[in-house]
Design a protein around this ligand. Structure first.
Ligand SMILES: C[S@@+](CC[C@H](N)C(=O)[O-])C[C@H]1O[C@@H](n2cnc3c(N)ncnc32)[C@H](O)[C@@H]1O
Length: 456
């Protein structure tokens, strides 16, 4: 059995059964909401999308904490309670439609501190899920997750079905190595908290200042990605941030070997990412569902932040009352669609006769668009005379594509950068937003934008 590296780190008791709970921060609330809404959609999708969907699902929270936070005079549920609630509600919505379907659900919650797992068990009962503890559907274990993982993987292998791992350790743990083992299960995925600033960039920069940067990178197997930290103090801030995002993704792409990897940034201020939530998976469906949910919580401006930080959330004190939110959402969506139109056009000219499934899965790691956006952009491109869509040997005009529909450049092809509707082949019903705004975007040379800028 593999041993995952353990890092030395102090660990405080922050949850107890006699009412000691940490206070919740705004960014942690968003992390929890994202987790909950994703899992509710996820379970509904994998169990509900075909006549007999998934038969087993296993949910693992490897660094689970005590399950509850202080929120002013009130309380706020932590990740384990939210995971249970999300699965219960997503599955209930499917059961109402498909009462004949069965689902074997299991939860495993691990925390190295017994005080935390004791507190969590109490919270699980207080939230009305005690019967799931008593029946063994929920298991709560104390100890290092690294020590439980081997057995946990064997257990999931024998159960079969789909699994989801939430890894939120608040510190350095061998997340790339553990994620690789988890993804090798097959129908598994990981949502992890990568503490980019405190656990990676700051200690690495410090190690370089102390003359042992290279050996630090070797010791923790951080490869080339973080070597930019050698010159960190001399880099302009935007370049630091783009290199930093690139480093986080590269680490997992190389070491965990996921088919799809994507970041969501949590920022404490305008300039610095505090941590990334990183979603690693091998399942296109999981990517589509996650993508929709990430857009729900993104409050960064696509045009100005995407190339540097990717999608993400920045804590802004008065954000809930900020009426500009709507403008940002609309503008973000339009900029993303415009950009995708250009990218897909280049892509479709390089390839030929690709099915929608191949187009979406072949490009999704390189743009932030949802599956629905991708479909709608292709439909718009067809209306604009850029591309043709073929289904069973006939050209179609449907906005609902199936995975097998073939998309190719139109024979009366125009370049996408020409003004909209230049071809006049089909008179447009809807107008695509101005592309000049996209043309003005300053290309970044790093990070996700870098991949976007190169031909996909
Ligand atoms: C950030 S808290 C988790 C919060 C929880 N995910 C939530 O959102 O409600 C991190 C937890 O990981 C636990 N922890 C730290 N290292 C661990 C390890 N190696 N194995 C298991 N738990 C660990 C800590 O005791 C702490 O309770």
């Amino acid at each position: 059995m593999e041993d995952w590296q353990k890092y030395k780190r102090s660990s405080k008791v922050v949850w107890t059964t006699d009412g000691q709970f940490p206070s919740i921060e705004p960014h942690t609330k968003v992390k929890h909401q994202l987790l909950e809404s994703y899992l509710s959609d996820w379970v509904a999708t994998i169990t509900g999308n075909c006549r007999f969907g998934a038969q087993q699902v296993t949910l693992v929270d490897g660094f689970c904490g005590g399950g509850i936070y202080r929120d002013g005079n009130s309380t706020w549920e932590g990740s384990p309670i939210r995971i249970i609630r999300a699965i219960e509600s997503g599955w209930k919505s499917v059961q109402e439609r498909k009462p004949y379907q069965k689902l074997d659900i299991a939860y495993l919650f691990v925390d190295r501190r017994k005080e935390h797992t004791d507190c969590l068990k109490q919270q699980i009962r207080d939230h009305g899920y005690g019967h799931l503890l008593d029946s063994g559907i929920i298991q709560v274990k104390s100890g290092h997750f690294e020590d439980h993982l081997g057995e946990c993987l064997q257990w999931i292998k024998s159960r079969g079905g789909y699994s989801f791992f939430f890894l939120d350790p608040f510190g350095s743990v061998d997340l790339p190595g553990m994620s690789k083992a988890i993804l090798s299960l097959g129908r598994s995925e990981v949502l992890l908290n990568h503490m980019q600033n405190d656990a990676f960039v700051r200690p690495i920069v410090q190690a370089f200042k102390n003359g042992r940067g290279e050996s630090y990178l070797r010791q923790y197997n951080l490869g080339e990605a973080y070597s930019f930290c050698a010159d960190y103090d001399n880099l302009p801030n935007l370049q630091r941030q783009t290199l930093s995002q690139n480093a986080a993704l590269e680490l997992y792409r190389k070491q965990s070997n996921p088919r799809f990897a994507w970041t969501f940034a949590f920022m404490k201020n305008r300039d610095t990412v505090y941590y990334y939530l990183i979603h690693l998976s091998n399942q296109p469906t999981a990517v589509s569902v996650m993508r929709r949910n990430l857009w729900l919580y993104n409050n960064l401006d696509y045009q100005f932040h995407y190339g540097v930080f990717g999608l993400g959330y920045r804590t802004i004190e008065d954000f809930s009352s900020n009426l500009k939110l709507l403008d940002i959402n609309t503008r973000n969506n339009q900029a993303c669609r415009d950009r995708l139109t250009e990218q897909l056009d280049r892509f479709l000219h390089k390839t030929n006769n690709l099915a929608f499934k191949q187009i979406y899965e072949g490009t999704v790691d390189f743009h932030p668009a949802t599956r629905e956006d991708c479909m709608s952009v292709i439909h718009q491109g067809m209306l604009d005379g850029l591309w043709e869509i073929e289904r069973d040997g006939k050209y179609i005009g449907s906005s609902q594509l199936t995975n097998r529909d073939i998309v190719r450049p139109s024979k009366t092809q125009q370049l996408v950068l020409l003004p909209d509707y230049a071809s006049g082949r089909i008179s447009p019903k809807r107008q695509v937003g101005s592309r000049s705004s996209v043309a003005q975007m300053k290309p970044s040379h790093f990070g996700q934008m870098n991949i976007l800028e190169t031909d996909i």
